[in-house]
Design a protein around this ligand. Sequence first.
Ligand code: ZN
Length: 407
Amino acid sequence: MEALLEEHEKLVKKGNLSKSVEDVQKTIDLLVQARESIAANPHSAPVTLAKLQTPVKASFETVNSDLKEVYKGLGNYSKALDKKFKDKPLPTTDHDPLANHPVLMNRAVAMHLLREGQFSVASTFLIDASKQPRSESGTPNARQTEDDAATASLRSENLRRQFAEMYHILHALKNERNLLPAIAWAKKNGELLETRGSNLEFELGKLQFVWLFTGGPNPGGPRALSQQQALRYARQELAHFQRRYLKEITQLSGAMAFCPNLAQSPYRRIFHNEDAWEDLANSFTREFCSLLGLSADSPLYIAATAGAIALPTLLKLQTIMKEKRTEWTTQHELPVETPLPPAYHFHSIFVCPVSKEQTTDDNPPMMMPCGHVVAEESLRRLAKGSRFKCPYCPNESRQEDAKRLFM
Ligand SMILES: [Zn+2]
């Protein structure tokens, strides 16, 4: 990976087009100058043009040699890419469950583009997708009608507008450190957010207070003035949060006592938290999407990332299967486990691999010392009161050694 990063850095430094652009501009300047002098004095045309020949030719040569560097950089980079990511065929099965659902796939792609704020790309994509061939009979069947309805909802102006609003608010928050659009949105949707148990509105107000307190738009300005502004803001906007967030509000007011020396005070984390803006931007995105009935991250992004994580394991599996001449026989299930990061665990249900039943509070999942998990009933049946071998590995354990897992 390091060789790749090195080549990438070289490419950014040397392989960029800025020098070529500069030199092309010089040529254009030469030509414009000549045109102006000919326009001013038409009789000078032959002389001016003759004088132009050598410098223009030279400038073309310069541009060409500028580009050589770019081509070289690109060549080296793609060589490094090829070396790192060898061309391996992707694992395949005869049955591709997604092949029959082009509309669902298109919908996922379009939705991802919308969520990324790529509105014009999304609309071009949707137009192209709608031109794809349909069923042979020509009359749409029930599923197609349903699919059409699904994509039509994506074409709707409403969804586009809502994501545009989200990007506008996020831009102000992240790039301009302006919380007001987000605060206005949270106020407008206060009731819905409240029902969800969200504390976004308060967190926004709190950060606005901290921002004002530490100088707001004028960080180097007189301290007394910024504190007054913050206090006024707190009285106007934070007072009605007192019942629910008394502790946090008390902390904010308590911090005033440490004012000249907040950085060394117990309140340092509230007033000097570099991550606060990024965290708030994330929770804003999460709340905004949830009010639209969507998850915070694009499902396509999550699926593609999970797939990329799983790929090396699947490739290895395919090689082993080929060597041993075995087949992948389990349906709707991968024959190997794919470890994913905790953020990618969505449905905390556990199905006992022995009894194939979903665990419940009465029959909870139990982890044996080797780390394998089965349902309590299966554990009891396996153990029968004595030492037993784990069904998944050679380790032995006793029923008493297993620990209950909470999900
Ligand atoms: Zn085990």
